[in-house]
Every structure is written in structure tokens, then in C-alpha cells.
Ligand binder design. Sequence first.
Ligand code: NAD
Length: 392
Amino acid sequence: MIVKPKIRGFVCVTAHPKGCEARVRQEVEVAKAARKDGGPKNVLVIGASTGYGLSTRIAAAFGYDAATLGVFFERPSLKGKPASAGWYNSVAFEKVAAEAGLYAKSINGDAFSNEVKAQAIETIKQDLGQVDLVVYSLASPRRTDPETGETYKSCLKPIGESFTNRTLDTDKNEVAEVMIEPAEGDDVAHTIKVMGGEDWELWMQALNEAGVLAPGAKSVAYSYIGPECTWPVYTNGTIGAAKKDVERAAQAITSTYDCQAYVAVNKAVVTQASSAIPVVPLYISILFKIMKEKGTHEDCIEQMVRLLNERLYAADLQLDDEGRIRVDDWEMAPEVQAAVEKIWPEISTETLNQQADYVGYQQNFLALFGFGLPGVDYEEDVEVDLPLPSAS
Ligand code: NAD
């Protein structure tokens, strides 16, 4: 079929298989160009199909020749409809890994469940023996507790009082105001249950008990801090509370197992998860313009190459006072933030393309779903029903 983008709010409900492959290949080239020795050998990536998880998988495989096992929750093609972008990314990743002679297998299922943990452990036992890096990169709106069967939903809300700020209405291409009501009832507790550190700890416990965690292994989960204009809805909001819990979990994992667990604070990038957060797309559009002008712009892959090469597997991890790895350092550079703060109150729908890189934002968003990639013929009839090579 001929696949075109179909955007509904902040998601695109279609994805292009060849475009996703082209994008994966672009990231592979970035990782290859930064090849190093002395990194991870056998890597488990939980949340491996899109965004930061996919890029970490690519950076480990093509930067260090690592064998990778990826876990994700994606939609295969059904009734002739395109699969999700993460499905095509993973099909492409396995294909490119096979071309390079690298081990790559994937598990498509609910990472929060006991079954998927058991399946991952079985695969590691059979194929790899042990893993020396565990990457935890889930972004999920809900989680079913495997013990109680209760389903929790996460939300993006300020805590204490409502929050009004500027945002980008990406349907109408307008700068608009958004008002978000504060968290109530169990909102904070439930967001911690979904996006906090509990499930990361359960993974590490299960891996350790099964003997598949290599002695002295490393593990990393991702967080975000960002500028003050996003703090009420992010860092000081429900999701920030969950991220604090991830920091707690990192310490607990490090003190319980023979494993160093870290939280890495990453830069704001366009992903399926970040495009759903109010205020953030406007901030990202402004940030992109400033960082591109300064020559410090990075996407997921550049961030993850820097995380592995210059932090996690470097002599000095450059931890901050709270013990976190920071690869958001270029985003948070005072001159970058001062430039954002100057533009933030001034920007309007009319000046969106002068004061921000909204074109870049939109291109980046479409590329998440495999659209707008150079060298891809979007008028061509393509096969949408692609199996995951490792599933056959
Ligand atoms: P993303 O939406 O691109 O990726 C989420 C991944 O989680 C996908 O692979 C998806 O398949 C997987 N997933 C979701 N629910 C699952 C489930 N139940 N079982 C198995 N897999 C599941 O998200 P992202 O933006 O790359 O976010 C990853 C992490 O990075 C998050 O912790 C996020 O807070 C953090 N982070 C993101 C940004 C940003 O700007 N996007 C910045 C800093 C930190």
C-alpha cells in the first residue's frame, strides 16, 4: 500500500516501513562514526523500539559491537494496516544488525509483566549467558501491577495549583495558552507507580535472582529536568515525582546488587512521549533553533553516543551533586537557557518560524514515523506486513 502520514493530535497513526528503516540506518551511521572499545558487550534494553531506548540500542550495537536484546510494546500490522513506528524500527534494527553480524533479538510484550521478564531471562540464559548493561527506557501511560492485577495510569499534572503557560497547538500551528488542573486524589501515587522506579527494581531483582546479571554490570534509566518554564508540569509535577522515585531506585539497585545503577538526565528531544507533554513542544522548537545556531544541537542518537562514550564507559562519569549523569549539559548551558528565556515571552504564532525552529520540530516529528526521509519514495507501494526477523 501507499502509506501517508495520518496525524491525530500528538500522534501519527500510520508509519512508513522504508522510512523507519532509513531513519534507523541514519542513526547507525552516527553510532559507527563514533566507534570505541571498552564498552558494553551484552545489553538488555527495556523500551528499545523508539526514542532514547532505540538510540541506546543502536549506540551499543554499532558503537561497541554489543549483542542486544530489546523489549518493547508495539503494534504489528493488522488487517493490512501499517504497524507502529517502533515495530518497523525494530524490524529494521534487526535487519541492519544481521547485516553487520551482530546478535539482536526482540521481545514484543508488556515489560511490566512477569511473563516478559521471564521470557527475557530465558533468552539471555540461552543466547548470551549474562548481560553487562541494562537500559531502562520505558515511557508508558499505564502499568498493570503483576502481583495485584491493578492497572495504574500516569498523568502529566502540576502539584498543588493549576498551571497556565504558553504552548504550541501543533494541529493549528499556533502559539496558545494552556491551563492544566493540579493533580488530585491518587494522581501522584499512580504516576509514581507507572513511571517511577519500582518496575526497574523488579527487573534488576529478577535478572539477579536468575544469575543473568554479570558481576559489576551497569544499569541506566532516563530522566529530564529542563528549564523553569516547564517545571510546574514536569520536574515539580506528577512526572517529576516519579523521576525522583527513579533516583531512589538507582540507589537501591546499586546498594543491593553487584551493579552500578545510574539515572542519566537527557536533553529534550522530539519523541512520541515528549510530543504529548504540554508546553514542551514550544520549548523544544525554540531550543532547536538556538542549539542549531550554536552548533550544539543533538538528537537521541548523538545524546546516547555521548552517554556511552563520554560518561557511562569513560573514566569520569561527571556525576552531578545528586549522583546523576548529565547529558543535558549543552541544553542547560546558561547562554542557551538565557536565549530561551528571552524568546519565551515574545514568541507568537506570527514569529514561530523566525524565533523558533518549528519547521525542524515538524520534520523531526514526522521522521519519528518514517516520513520525510531522503531517498524514500513515498509514492511507492510498500509491504506493510513485516515480521520481526528474530520472532521467526
Ligand atoms: P518513547 O515513547 O520514544 O519510547 C518509549 C518506549 O517504551 C518504546 O520502546 C515503547 O515500546 C516502550 N514501552 C512503553 N510501554 C511499554 C510496555 N508496557 N512494555 C514494553 N515496552 C513499553 O519515549 P522516550 O521519549 O524515548 O522516553 C524514554 C525515557 O527517556 C523516559 O524515561 C523519558 O522520561 C526519558 N526522557 C525523555 C526525554 C525526551 O525529551 N523525550 C528527555 C529526557 C528523558
